[in-house]
Design a binder for this molecule. Structure first.
Ligand code: PLP
Length: 361
């Protein structure tokens, strides 16, 4: 693997390209191996591929360095969510944003029904309640910006409040990406990614990851999470992991381009006659708009788009549009007419023409 000391002096853009490579031995490939082996010759560091794989290690090296910690790859973002929640003791309390990703809240609801956890909801507009919510809790879940309302939390403040009370903090960094914020440096104990989104970036794989600090405390968490991955067994495929690493190489360029386009589109959408409200946190490449006319009007806009793809998910090179309340799991506080726009890397004028035409249709 890459010379570990090399990374210390490199900027994120360079780490994305340089890390997760093979040793520079004569004749070695410049890319990480795509290792299709379920088992390995005895007496090496790993003996069976449910415990480890060189393609995982390459991806984990690159992502860990970007987040300033040590990464573990999972079969999906939800696989990583389930692993993180396995750290909560039976019956423990989890504090979660009311508008966190609906898969996360749906899993928490199920676990609560089974008596495995208790859930307390955190309202982004009412952070004065944080001390009470954290009292006696086992885990604080932070997602910033939230999906799909794009609410931004004070990540350092929340993580510090959790730490003071001995509450483990997890930050879902899927929307922001490590190029915008590195939650471990802001005080989080654990970082989560749906790698499916920006990190892989091409809407061709489902994958997840967790990152822990390179401290004794972090290594303790990492051991428990690696054991969860080994024993629950829903592991990442080497092919998916290799594709995600390939996608990661261009994260910097994709995020830079998509962010500039998103900021431009967000300002053009302000004052558009068909748009009641624009939600854009001022960074990142997701914009949400409340379409005038509610659910039906928003569905019509999504269906009328020709260049934007009407599809769920986000973070790919292609721009995507979706009315989030079409999913029953989305909370009633998300407006019926809210369209989530995941801005890709196409030409801004082409994207604007298509969206403006669909909004006026
Ligand atoms: N976290 C966030 C913020 C998401 O948006 C998603 C998926 O949309 C997930 C986690 C779950 O990831 P996956 O779909 O890779 O399982």
């Amino acid at each position: 693997m890459t010379d570990a000391h090399l990374a210390d002096d490199l900027s994120p853009a360079t780490r994305l390209v340089a890390l997760g490579r093979q040793d520079r031995l004569p004749g070695a490939g410049v890319n990480a191996p795509l290792e299709f082996s379920s088992t390995y010759i005895a007496d090496g560091p790993v003996n069976y591929a449910r415990a480890g794989n060189p393609t995982w290690s390459a991806f984990e090296e690159a992502l860990g360095s970007l987040e300033g910690g040590e990464a573990l790859v999972f079969a999906s973002g939800m696989g990583a969510v389930a692993a993180a929640l396995s750290l909560v003791p039976h019956g423990g309390t989890v504090v979660v944003p009311a508008h966190a990703y609906n898969g996360t809240t749906a899993l928490l609801d199920r676990l609560e029904e089974q008596g495995a956890v208790r859930v307390r909801r955190l309202d982004a507009g009412d952070t004065a309640t944080v001390p009470d919510l954290l009292e006696g809790a086992a885990m604080l879940w932070v997602e910033s910006p939230t999906n799909p309302m794009l609410e931004v939390f004070d990540v350092p403040g929340l993580c510090a409040a959790a730490r003071e009370r001995g509450v483990l903090s997890v930050c879902d960094n899927t929307f922001a990406t490590p190029l915008v914020q590195q939650p471990l440096t802001l005080g989080a104990d654990l970082v989560l990614h749906s790698v499916t989104k920006y990190l892989a970036g091409h809407s061709d794989v489902i994958l997840g990851a967790l990152v822990t600090p390179a401290t004794d405390h972090g290594r303790g968490l990492r051991d428990r999470l690696a054991t969860h991955r080994l024993l629950h067994g829903a592991i990442a495929g080497p092919m998916e992991t290799w594709l995600a690493l390939r996608g990661l190489r261009t994260l910097h360029l994709r995020v830079e381009r998509a962010t500039a386009t998103a900021a431009d589109l967000a300002s053009r959408l302000e004052g558009h006659p068909a748009v009641e409200r624009v939600r854009y946190p001022g960074f990142g490449a997701i914009v949400a708009i409340d379409v005038d006319g509610g659910a039906e009007a928003a569905e019509r806009v999504a269906a009328a788009c020709r260049l934007w793809t009407h599809s769920t998910s986000l973070g790919g090179v292609e721009s995507q549009v979706e009315r989030r309340r079409r999913h029953p799991a989305e909370p009633a506080t998300v407006p019926q007419g809210l369209l989530r726009l995941s801005v890709g890397i196409e030409d801004v004028e082409d994207l604007w023409r298509d969206l403006d035409r669909a909004l006026r249709a």
